[in-house]
Design a protein around this ligand. Structure first.
Ligand code: BEZ
Length: 401
């Protein structure tokens, strides 16, 4: 973790304060607002820098910084400094970790997190404290439904969004029955619910649901149950390190050809190098693909490759767009976060030219975006078609106070 970012910025801040003290008259002539504007904005990244979701955190953090650097190091005239907390995708530590950022580190904005269970603990504190929070991955539906708030924005997806369209894709391939398999926690459960809604709407039926404790990766006994039950297809949600292992185990068990595997694109995003041949041919749905090839995506991918010597993925896109959304808000208020109402209004109305394509926001501050059908070909998640254009989450129960 780059703790040095904070140390370096602190040192230069002290130097700046010393300089200001030496010119006391000048400081009094331009009281606090000017000083506050000049101070760097403190961004608190709360992300799982270790564990099965570590690669997701790395790309969110990295691409956020990439965007800021491409804007000359400033958003809305404010330079930024970063504080990082490793939340370990561990819900039991989430409240303490979020409190550390808000109360001890006094960040201006929290950018986090990846895991839906951790997210809901963060949402509670964001609602109580009024701290601006940008969600760069976790799909917990309620974060932008019943628990929505003026200061909570999401640049990724609700769990419902990439999963609802999978049922129609399966039906178009002639599948009538399916089994589901996922980690047992909020994201997996909400994904399965959304898939069942979509599959049911086109006449499909789910004949078995399998749940693996998070973040375990012992899949063998579950794969045996799939082989015994012989559904037409399988819907799976895993991501990061768990997705790598699951896709490889699924192929090694000989199921790939007999029971086609589908899922939201987390199954194959940022994982293809490690999955190799096992992932070839898989069909998934997501708000990104590796070959969208619009000008913004081209520039983004080239910049990411240059900076990190790695290919961008959906998590990097979400980090990049989190910085873009913050930039829209800060531009609107010329960097003055005290003008929160105006800032949030601008963020809610933002129309972002994202690497994923057009990105705007529903009244509950959740993305409205295309969901693409992708096929893994030669180690890339290649675009097949738009599975659902401009899909907005229903936002059920959201009442902005
Ligand atoms: C979630 O917990 O919401 C999540 C984690 C990884 C990928 C997608 C969703």
């Amino acid at each position: 973790m780059r703790k040095t970012d904070l140390l370096i910025t602190r040192r230069s801040a002290l130097k700046a304060v010393g300089g200001a003290a030496a010119t006391g008259l000048l400081v009094r002539a331009f009281p606090t607002p000017a000083i506050a504007q000049a101070a760097p904005l403190r961004i608190g990244f709360m992300l799982p820098y270790t564990g099965t979701y570590a690669s997701l955190a790395k790309n969110i953090d990295g691409a956020f910084r990439q965007y800021v650097e491409e804007k000359g190091g400033k958003l809305g005239g404010r330079s930024l400094e970063y504080v990082m907390v490793d939340d370990q995708a561990e819900p039991s530590k989430a409240t303490d970790n979020m409190n550390k950022l808000v109360d001890r580190d006094k960040v201006d904005v929290v950018v986090g997190t990846v895991h839906s269970g951790v997210q809901m603990a963060m949402v509670k504190i964001a609602r109580e404290s009024g701290k601006l929070m940008i969600i760069p991955n976790a799909g917990a539906d309620d974060a932008t439904r019943s628990a929505c708030a003026p200061n909570i924005f999401r640049t990724s997806f609700s769990n419902w969004q990439p999963c609802f369209p999978v049922g129609k894709v399966m039906a178009e391939k002639g599948h009538k029955t399916a089994m589901t398999i996922t980690w047992k926690y909020a994201a997996g459960e909400e994904d399965v619910r959304a898939f069942k809604e979509g599959f049911g709407a086109v006449g499909g039926s789910v004949i078995g649901e399998l749940y693996v404790p998070f973040p375990e990766v012992e899949f063998q006994s579950f794969l045996t149950q799939i082989a015994e039950k012989k559904p037409d297809a399988v819907f799976a949600f895993f991501a990061g390190g768990g997705a790598v292992k699951f896709v490889k185990d699924y192929a090694a068990a000989g199921l790939k050809k007999s029971v086609p595997l589908y899922g939201p694109g987390f199954l194959t995003d940022g994982t293809l190098q490690a999955q190799g041949e096992a992932a070839e041919g898989l069909l998934t749905t997501l708000h990104y693909a590796d070959d969208l090839d619009n000008p913004t995506d081209k520039k983004f991918r080239e910049g990411f490759k240059k900076k990190f010597n790695a290919d961008a993925d959906v998590y990097a896109v979400q980090g990049y767009d989190s910085a873009a959304l913050l930039g829209v808000g800060l531009e609107a208020v010329k960097g003055d976060m005290k003008a929160a109402d105006a800032m949030y209004k601008a963020m809610g109305a933002a129309k972002i030219d994202s690497p994923r394509g057009p990105l705007s926001f529903s009244a509950s501050h959740n993305p409205i975006q295309n969901i693409y059908l992708r096929e893994v070909k030669n180690g890339k998640n290649t675009f097949v078609k738009i599975a659902h254009a401009n899909l907005a989450d229903p936002g059920t129960g959201c009442k902005m106070s």
